[in-house]
Design a protein around this ligand. Structure first.
Ligand SMILES: [Zn+2]
Length: 226
C-alpha cells in the first residue's frame, strides 16, 4: 500500500469473466484514467457464450486479446469458471494452479490476486489459493465500508455496481477527510451487465466523480490492497 504515503483514499475496480464488453469498459477506463483488475478464465474462450437480459455475452479469445488489458491487472478467476467448493483436490489444481500458470504465460506477469467464481469459497479453497501464492481474493459480499481489511483471501468489496447504495457510498467516501486512516472504495461487477442493463452511464458517473482528484489514488487491486 505505497499510495498511503501520498493520500489516504484509494479507488479500485474488479471486473470478471473476460468478455467482449470489457472492450468498451477499457475505452472508458482509458478516457478517465482509472485502473481495473480483470479476473479471467484462461480455459474458456469465444465458444463460451450465454445470454444476459437479452444481450448475447461472449468471452474474448484471450490469446488474441490479452494485450488489450495492458496497464491493468490480470487476476485468477478459475480456468473453467467452476464452483471451487464442489471440486476435488485434483480439480482445484487444474482450476487454480493451471489458471495461474496459463495467465502468467499469457501476460508475462504472475497473478497475485483472484476472485471467486460465483462468489463461492470455503476454508479448503482459501488454503489452496494461499498455497499457490495468491495474496488476495475477492468475494461477492458487500462491506459497504472503506476500511482496509486484514483477511485478504476473503476480501469483501465495498459494493457491486448495481447496489442501490453505490452513489451514496461514493459520495460519503469522497467527502471523507484526506488525512488519517487509509480508506478504500472497491467496486466490482461484470462489464456485460452494463450492456444488458443499458446503464453504461452509471459507470461513467462513477468514473467522472473519481477521475483527476488529487486526494484519490486510482490503482489496480494489487496496487491498492497489497
Ligand atoms: Zn465470474
Amino acid at each position: 500500500m505505497h499510495w498511503t504515503e501520498h493520500t489516504c483514499k484509494a479507488f479500485t475496480l474488479s471486473y470478471d469473466d473476460g468478455v467482449e464488453s470489457d472492450l468498451h469498459l477499457l475505452e472508458l477506463l482509458q478516457t478517465y484514467g482509472v485502473k481495473c483488475t480483470f479476473n479471467l478464465n484462461s480455459g474458456l474462450g469465444a465458444e463460451s457464450c450465454w445470454d444476459y437480459q437479452g444481450f448475447p455475452v461472449r468471452r474474448l479469445d484471450l490469446a488474441n486479446n490479452i494485450h488489450r488489458y495492458a496497464g491493468h491487472e490480470i487476476a485468477v478467476h478459475g480456468s473453467r469458471h467452476l464452483d471451487p467448493t464442489q471440486l476435488s483436490a485434483g480439480e482445484l489444481e487444474s482450476e487454480f494452479t493451471a489458471d495461474k500458470a496459463a495467465l502468467t504465460k499469457l501476460c508475462g506477469t504472475e497473478p497475485v490476486g483472484a476472485a471467486y467464481a460465483y462468489g463461492a469459497y470455503n476454508d479448503r479453497v482459501v488454503e489452496k489459493l494461499h498455497s499457490i501464492g495468491i495474496k488476495y481474493c475477492r468475494t461477492v459480499e458487500p462491506s459497504h465500508a472503506f476500511v482496509p481489511q486484514t483477511d485478504l483471501l476473503r476480501f469483501r468489496p465495498t459494493c457491486h455496481h448495481k447496489d442501490e447504495a453505490l452513489m451514496p457510498l461514493l459520495e460519503r467516501f469522497l467527502a471523507l477527510p484526506d488525512e488519517g486512516t487509509p480508506q478504500i472504495f472497491y467496486l466490482w461487477g461484470h462489464s456485460y451487465e452494463f450492456d444488458g442493463d443499458g446503464n453504461w452511464d452509471l459507470l461513467e458517473r462513477v468514473l467522472e466523480r473519481v477521475a483527476g482528484r488529487k486526494d484519490v489514488f486510482l490503482g489496480t487491486n494489487r496496487e491498492v490492497l497489497l
